[in-house]
Write a new protein. Structure first.
Length: 427
């Protein structure tokens, strides 16, 4: 098996490499191609990945390249973890909305909108390369906003794709701790969208443990989360704080001296310094400061399932096809997915809970408008998308935000300025 990573200069790559090393024999892994357009980051992060594989005695080649087509050719799996515009673009995404009295966050609200406009055309380019160079491969998309980006790929290419996030597997781990169980013992009746999902029921070894899970989670939570659980009887994604504790979160952001992106930029600079040490041949503990816990576990669980090594069900972002009855059939949702060598099949979930249905449907409408705006470079669609987002819901604010975001990212958004489209900017 050949596997390639697009955006391999990411600080998360050593986490992924650790999982690939652990399961290399099971997968029959022969080559791992690490691709990035940033040669310096690729050399540093890829160098560490190569030392990790050598230290573990892994029987596969680790090849570094800036040539995306060579990396894709003949691959069985493509892991995408790109950040178009790098960390500086993220910081703008977080800073600009705050000037307009709106939450600034890299995947939710106007920040996620700006990131999607930059990212969707590049990811579709990657998917169309896959159609020609590795038509049977699976695209495992970690690129945020993961569900929106995965939907764009599924609708506008023939690539086989699913989106992943470490959020659901993190929720499973948290519930296991609270219920004094091991994570594999815990399963969830989970549904929604990426960063907008909910656990309706929780099981331990197949036995219903929902009441205890709700009680234990509420006791361990505080503020909005505890109140949400008591009100709706659901266990929410942590990202729901931006919706259900909007005012408090906005005040915290406006009072903070730095954004999360600025803090992450400092963490990444330190990680790259550590990674560059030629004697380092393992994932350093400092990576935990970056976030992304269980990233490797989520990726390898899906890859093993699709490779036919372990038939299993994991929570992922896939085409709805009626799994959630009150969302469009062709949209992408985050639900339990049955994985095997035959493919990925979403588990039927029925209707969304009454209390959250309106929010989920509104965000899905925003996502669909954003995808089409990104592809067409259409300002009117982009304005509709921003105005529809529950964190904005003001046409005048949306218009001012759109103008500022487009101008701030002008070089990365040529379609909105009547210029040639992007041909791909990874990481």
């Amino acid at each position: 098996m050949k596997l390639c990573v697009i955006g391999a200069g990411s600080s998360y790559t050593p986490e992924l490499m650790e999982g690939l090393i652990s399961h290399a024999r099971e997968l029959g892994l022969s080559q791992v191609w690490l691709m990035d357009i940033d040669e310096r980051r690729l050399e540093i992060v890829g160098g560490l990945a190569q030392r990790m594989a050598a230290a573990a005695g892994a029987h596969f080649q680790t090849i570094l390249t800036t040539d995306r087509r060579r990396a894709l050719e003949g691959s069985s799996f493509v892991v995408a973890q790109i950040r178009v515009g790098g960390m500086q673009a993220r910081i703008k995404d977080e800073r600009i909305p705050l000037r307009h009295g709106v939450i600034g966050q890299e995947t939710t609200g106007p920040g996620g909108f700006a990131k999607a406009l930059r990212t969707v055309p590049v990811m579709i380019d990657i998917a169309r390369d896959m159609e020609k160079l590795c038509p049977q491969a699976w695209l495992i998309n970690f690129t945020n906003p993961s569900g929106l980006v995965t939907e764009a790929v599924c609708k506008h290419s023939r690539a086989r794709a699913l989106g992943l996030c470490n959020g659901p597997i993190g929720m499973q781990a948290r519930l296991a701790r609270l219920l004094e169980a091991e994570p594999p013992q815990v399963t969830m009746d989970y549904l929604g969208l990426n960063h907008l999902g909910f656990a309706r029921r929780v099981f331990v070894d197949g036995a219903d443990a929902t009441s205890l899970a709700l009680e234990k989670t509420r006791e361990s939570a505080s503020g909005w989360e505890a109140e949400f659980i008591a009100t709706f009887g659901l266990i929410p994604s942590s990202y729901l704080r931006y919706n259900y504790a909007r005012d408090e979160t906005l005040r915290e952001q406006q009072l903070a001296s730095t954004t999360r992106g600025e803090r992450v930029a400092d963490i990444e600079a330190e990680l790259l310094r550590i990674y560059a040490d030629p004697s380092l041949d393992h994932k350093p503990p400092e990576l935990s400061k970056r976030g992304g816990a269980n990233y490797s576990q989520a990726a390898l669980a899906v890859i093993l399932g699709l490779a036919g090594q372990r038939a299993r069900t994991e929570i992922a972002n896939v085409a709805n096809r009626g799994a959630i009855s009150d969302l469009p059939a062709d949209c992408v949702v985050e639900i339990p997915v049955a994985l095997s060598s035959a493919g990925a099949t979403g588990v039927r979930c029925g209707s969304l809970p009454d209390g959250v249905r309106g929010l989920v449907q509104a965000v899905k409408a925003y996502e669909q408008l954003t995808i089409e705006a990104a592809i067409e470079g259409d300002r009117k669609l982009a304005l509709q998308a921003l105005a529809a987002h529950p964190l904005v819901l003001s046409l005048s604010v949306a218009r001012a935000l759109l103008d500022d975001l487009l101008e701030a990212h002008r070089e990365l958004l040529p379609r909105f300025f009547g210029e040639a489209s992007l041909d791909g900017t990874e990481r």
